[in-house]
Design a protein around this ligand. Sequence first.
Ligand SMILES: [Zn+2]
Length: 135
Amino acid sequence: MFDPYLGKQEGLDFVVCSLCGYKGANITRHLKREHGGAEGYPGKIKSDRCVEHLSAGANSSWDVRGRKEPRDIGANKTHKEHGLTEDILRNLYIGEKLSDAKIGERYGITGEGVLYFRKKFGIATRPREKVNSMA
Ligand SMILES: [Zn+2]
């Protein structure tokens, strides 16, 4: 199994899309393509190294031209299908009254990711019911 991010550090060398688990040094493009844009995305979009590189110029071993990010291979392979469709999300959130975090757990994404999808699908946040004893 080929993992270009093996041994690399999350946040520093790459970031992980909190909506689907896609990894990249800069996931702006990914967000645009897979999730309709980076707007409202609840996480980090560029790795520190990527940001550093952009601001400091070409002072790292990272060469801009030579290194073809595995965009074509990666985009589809790494993109995890979480299967959280609008219907399912609606059912879980409104029907089963699960929290974003719980739904995220089931689908391998973060609660923020679920929130993002809810906003996208126009599923309003539940009015806060009686706060359970969840410290
Ligand atoms: Zn994604």
